[in-house]
Design a protein around this ligand. Sequence first.
Ligand code: ADP
Ligand code: MG
Length: 243
Amino acid sequence: MAQPVPRLEIRNLVRRFGGQTVVDHVSLSVMPGQVTCLLGPSGCGKSTTLRMIAGVEMQDSGEIYVDGNLICDTVFRIPPERRHIGLMFQDFALFPHLSVGDNVAFGLKGTKEEKRARVEELLDKVGLKRFIDGFPYLLSGGEQQRVALARALAPRPRIMLMDEPFSGLDNRLRDDIRDQTLELLKEEDAAVLLVTHEPEEAMRMADEIALMRKGKIVQQGAPYNIYNAPVDKQAVSFFSDIN
Ligand code: ADP
Ligand code: MG
């Protein structure tokens, strides 16, 4: 049988700031229907990696592929809005002056009716359709997060990049929101690259973990393989906080 093509693949991405190599030959992939977690301590280069994939930061070298097609190397570059990539950050960054519905519709093309239908569909899925004409400040943190998810999914991205999207949330809500988010991402057929510094989150959400340290991937594999056989002492202590 032919090997399935990764939804997202990056090869040897490098980014330097000043004399420092912040992302050092990072390679990883995300298969369709799966969640890959880029896991590592603060400052190791996770967000920079994500920004290059999103296209808002340029790599010094390396290639990015979506569905096997090159979307960016050092000479060729498809702009961010044509990469079929959705983004979610810790700071949900909803537009405060737009209604919830207009926030979700923001990146959409098509007729007014088509947009409205898609917005209603997504707000219904995240359980917030009743707020369609309300404004973001009326919503709790968890609700705003769900609107941000609906907005990111509205243009039907092939890949969702998520940068610590749950870290601003109340502990009590977090597990439920994680589960609901995964379910919706699967339903919408978006493969996920999730950045986190929390081993527990990676263990809960990932199909595949790429463990990053000082700009490099030091270990890659299924969560339980990494948990049961950490690559070195530093990885052991990194995972030891999980209870
Ligand atoms: P993480 O998301 O893992 O916490 P980042 O990718 O944000 O890490 O940052 C990795 C390193 O790169 C940090 O040392 C940070 O200070 C540095 N860095 C990130 N962006 C820039 C920039 N635009 N200019 C200079 N240094 C940067
Ligand atoms: Mg970061």
